[in-house]
Design a protein around this ligand. Structure first.
Ligand SMILES: [Zn+2]
Length: 256
């Protein structure tokens, strides 16, 4: 049975991704149980597992109620005692097969946004939580710019046709910043038009692809000449090293 991936909207701009076949489903980062339970009931599905990328409340607060409704399901997540409900803690290189759903993942450690952050990569796509966004990347709450840069590069090295399922609809705001950084990037200019149309129709801009992000996401383009020039001009960065440019770019975005 083939697997489909659907967005369940939560809060202002979160997506709780739901992987489903005809009978079962798995959700990623359920920060709120209410829309998940409604979706499950509407589609007459049985929840068979939960995947967690990191400890933030808007990714974890729905776990208890979902376990209550579907007792004994496995909760996969990072090795962090703050997420008490995790039954199988995962680290770099671990493999997992989802119960009742024909879907396998390998685990990537991607510290930066938080130190415990992991991502799930498989044939169906990449579930990268708050690490990589379309045209942007997560804020550094716990990790260093160096850690985030290496995490982002790790994701950027995945096959270009990989579908990228991020957990927030931040695309238009990210594009506004990316435009300031690389005003002459044609891929970005074209993408902006498409993204505006999607949002006007109340459609998600996600999933993206690794190939698309490599062409327009400034955080994956820290060796681009126009970008380096503009970062240096804006932030007074002296160094040309990719990770220093990344750090300056991240702090420019923090104050944009
Ligand atoms: Zn977060």
């Amino acid at each position: 049975m083939s697997v489909n991936v659907f967005p369940i909207r939560a809060f202002d701009d979160n997506y709780i991704w739901c992987l489903a076949n005809q009978s079962h489903c798995v959700v990623v980062d359920p920060g709120d149980e209410v829309p998940v339970l409604a979706y499950i009931e509407q589609n007459q599905l049985v929840l068979s597992a939960i995947l967690i990328t990191h400890h933030h409340w808007d990714h974890t607060d729905g776990i208890d109620a979902l376990i209550n409704a579907f007792p004994d399901i496995p909760v996969f997540g990072p090795n962090n005692p703050k997420i008490k409900q995790v039954t199988t803690s995962l680290s770099e290189g671990d493999k997992l097969s989802l119960p009742n759903i024909d879907c396998d993942f390998s685990v990537l450690e991607v510290p930066g946004h938080t130190l415990d952050h992991i991502a799930y990569y498989g044939e169906v796509g990449l579930f990268c939580g708050d690490t990589l966004f379309s045209a942007g990347c997560g804020r550094l709450f716990e990790g260093s710019p160096l850690q985030m840069h290496s995490s982002i590069k790790k994701l950027g090295a995945l096959p270009k046709d990989t579908l990228v399922y991020c957990t927030h609809e931040y695309t238009l705001a990210n594009i506004a910043f990316a435009e300031a950084v690389e005003p002459n990037n044609q891929a970005l200019i074209d993408y902006k038009q498409w993204a505006i149309e999607q949002r006007n129709r109340d459609r998600p801009t996600l999933p993206s692809t690794i190939g698309r992000e490599l062409s327009l996401n400034p955080f994956l383009r820290c060796s681009n000449k126009e970008l380096i020039l503009n970062v240096k001009q804006q932030m007074g960065t002296a160094s040309k090293s990719e990770s220093d440019i990344f750090a300056s770019l991240r702090s420019w975005k923090d104050n944009f």
